[in-house]
Design a protein around this ligand. Structure first.
Ligand SMILES: Cc1cc2nc3c(=O)[nH]c(=O)nc-3n(C[C@H](O)[C@H](O)[C@H](O)COP(=O)(O)OP(=O)(O)OC[C@H]3O[C@@H](n4cnc5c(N)ncnc54)[C@H](O)[C@@H]3O)c2cc1C
Length: 314
């Protein structure tokens, strides 16, 4: 995955960011070499030690978060089917989520609504079984859906089972945290290299403690957040209960680190960091979503607080 991220994703990142389009050629290449599809997801998820899926996500999002999301957006829909579908439904729908090697598809997981984001219980989308037509009929409006409209399969959470969305998010949080970690690491590495080359006052800027210590702190945070993610991944894979909401912890810390690391990287590059000539500007934009989607930071904290206290904290 690292080689693909370095050779196919990074060089394409700025172009697809500017175009604001789904990078289909990159998805097709990933499918062709076996990095996009149900088999590769199953391989990563099947690792009994736990964190293969998270390592793959960190590497891919180190390459670029926008392209990474185009490739891994589908897996959230698959996780939704896995969390609440029957084995028959899984077999029928998951292959359709990915398409095939020569004609890959994407899928979408649809929970949020205009009036129901953090508050999933406010969802109004309904599913009603129409006996005459022998089919389910959905009514309602979804919003903000990654791959919405272009997806081959839309996994829609409707009010017959609102808990399904929550189960999926709990399982996917360490993976989402790993994506944020990949962005943080990419920004840190870029800033470290720049700080060794850029000179001011006759010396490389890294020879100032304010710059060097900031980079030391970032590296320390990156290493510790990675261990938190791997612990949560190991727990999930080995059916350990998240007794202190470790899945939420990993997503919270990684999301906030991604924002802090990219902001610091922009600062270390100075004016250059603010321009599109360097990728840290894009990383800063990409990082911010990680304190918002899959549960905002303000929602993760009460989830953790409830888990450790056993009390109803609002
Ligand atoms: C780029 C992008 C991609 C997305 N992809 C998807 C997707 O694929 N599928 C999907 O279903 N959704 C998706 N979303 C939606 C995302 O999950 C929601 O935006 C998110 O859950 C927050 O909901 P909201 O925007 O309605 O904010 P709100 O719920 O309105 O929250 C607004 C603010 O209030 C705070 N807040 C709310 N309640 C509390 C509380 N109890 N205590 C303290 N603070 C609180 C929040 O933390 C936030 O700061 C995506 C969003 C974006 C921007």
């Amino acid at each position: 995955m690292h080689g693909f991220a370095a050779q196919a994703v990074r060089p394409a990142a700025a172009e697809w960011d500017e175009r604001e389009e789904t990078p289909w050629p990159v998805i097709q290449e990933a499918a062709r070499i076996g990095l996009y599809g149900f088999e590769s997801l199953a391989d990563m998820y099947g690792d009994p030690s736990g964190p293969s899926l998270q390592i793959a996500n960190e590497e891919l999002f180190w390459g670029d978060a926008g392209v990474g999301m185009a490739l891994f957006g589908t897996s959230l829909a698959v996780a939704g089917i896995f969390a609440s579908g029957t084995p028959d439904q899984f077999t029928e729908w998951v292959p359709q989520c990915y398409g095939d090697k020569d004609d890959p598809k994407v899928a979408a997981f649809c929970v949020s609504e205009p009036q129901a984001g953090s508050d999933v219980s406010a969802m109004t989308t309904k599913a009603r079984y129409d006996e005459a037509r022998d089919e389910w009929v959905l009514s309602g409006q979804k919003a903000w859906i990654t791959n919405g409209g272009i997806a081959e399969v839309h996994v829609v959470v409707a009010s017959v089972d609102p808990q399904a969305a929550l189960a999926t998010f709990e399982v996917s949080r360490p993976t989402v945290g790993a994506q944020a970690l990949g962005i943080a690491r990419a920004a840190y590495e870029y800033a470290l290299e720049y700080a060794g080359e850029r000179e001011a006052f006759g010396r490389p800027i890294i020879e100032n403690q304010s710059i060097a210590f900031a980079l030391a702190d970032l590296r320390t945070e990156i290493e510790s957040v990675r261990l938190l993610i791997w612990q949560a991944a190991w727990m999930a894979r080995n059916d350990r209960t998240f007794d202190a909401a470790q899945g939420s912890m990993s997503k919270l810390r990684a999301g906030e680190l991604a924002v802090a690391a990219t902001e610091k990287a922009v600062q270390i590059l100075g004016g250059a960091g603010y321009s599109r000539e360097h990728p840290v500007e894009r990383m800063y934009r990409d990082a911010k979503i990680y304190t918002i989607f899959e549960g905002t930071s303000e929602i993760q904290r009460p989830v953790i607080a409830r888990a450790i206290s056993g009390r109803h904290i609002r």
